[in-house]
Design a protein around this ligand. Sequence first.
Ligand code: ZN
Length: 470
Amino acid sequence: MPSIWRGHSWSAHGDADANLVKCLMDRIRAGASLPSADLLAHNPSLEASAAQALDALAPRRVPCMFHADDPVFMASSKYGLQEIMHEVELWASECGAAFHTTPDKTVYMCAGADASQGRPIVFNGVQLSAVSVQRWLGILWPDDLDFTGVLRSRLQLCDESVAQLAGLAQMNVISWPMLCELFESQVDSLMDIGRWLFIMVAGAETLICDSYNRWARILLGAEWYRNAGTCSSEMGWSISGYHRVVLTVAVFRAKLCLTSCDDWHRSFHTLAAQLQCGWSAQSLSVLRAHGVMDWPTWAGAGSTLEEYRAYVVGVLREAFILHWRPCVEKHSMHPPYSAFEESPGVVLSFCKALQLDAVSEMSLRHWCRLRCGLPLLSHIGGRESGARYQNYIFCEQSTRKPVIHGVAICPHWTMQRQAFSAAVGMSPGDSHINFTQRWLSRIGDKATLAIVLKWAALIDQSAYNFWKSH
Ligand SMILES: [Zn+2]
């Protein structure tokens, strides 16, 4: 691009003049003086001729992309695009190929400009309609390349999918580990389509992290104000929602580097990285901001993509813990989450390793809810209250710490407490808080956890029934 035209924003709608194109090509080649950007802005024909001259002189250009039966043609101006369409028509009649031109599928758009200005594009004798957004390869491509709308509508789609899963969770028809897996395969997979593009959206980090936190709360049956750190940890997540984007970007870049040197995706990625704007440059700065090394810097001889992926997850997890700890320390329940859990997202893999029986698995969500302090276990006069001392719902005794009262003190649960005491060789008499923390922590064997889970399900379900009848 000649420096005199560098700041110009191209309107793309004029008609090029063949003589002007040739003249401009000669001048660009010779390094001679060129018309100013101001002149281009006021003369659509001159502008289209300049764009056409640049296209003709470009050492590399992508005039079309074929993905299955979905071709996309590209040019620097509408005039250039119309020329390409003529070429395609000629080629089709020579080869006997036929294009099925339909108004909703065969469309054109102008990136960064008003497509409706100037002459319309005609193909196969049909006037194509101008659009400002078009679905291609599962992604809605807006003509201004601002993917904010795409991200927002995707999150909304996920919201609906999460609501369906939450229904299953409430009905208690699938286990918590299964539900968390369904989240990955049904909700997160929706985010995966074009996830690498979301770094282009201003404010994407907050938007995405807030959504993942909201989904964790909804699936666990927590109110909107509950601690995000504890709920996401019970989902088995050890990195944030936006970290998933960073991971995708890192792996995407690594895959590009691993293609052969003459692969055009790779060569365009390398060329685009030299520009100040665009995905290639922006993705690198996102990796740097998260302390993640780019593949070429990280990889040694024989390094694999899987190893790189594990490295990136490790870096992101460390960063996440730094943010997660202070968040969880704000958890104000008794006992607080930080008293019995030191890392995020480990409870599910712990339970999976124990290979719990079906009944225990179905009770897991109740225990996770108790770990987060979600069930409402005390009341004043049958109502929710903000009072410091309230009545434990199963015995009416006044308490400040209903979870501890239930696990370590309340005669209502004597039978369950005795079974648990015997299994862990610990008496609640030593310290109520230690006893309860032990009950909430993920240490012990399958049999001990089975006792805890059965009891947790009883507490959570009985509390649910209490509030249903009040
Ligand atoms: Zn009691």
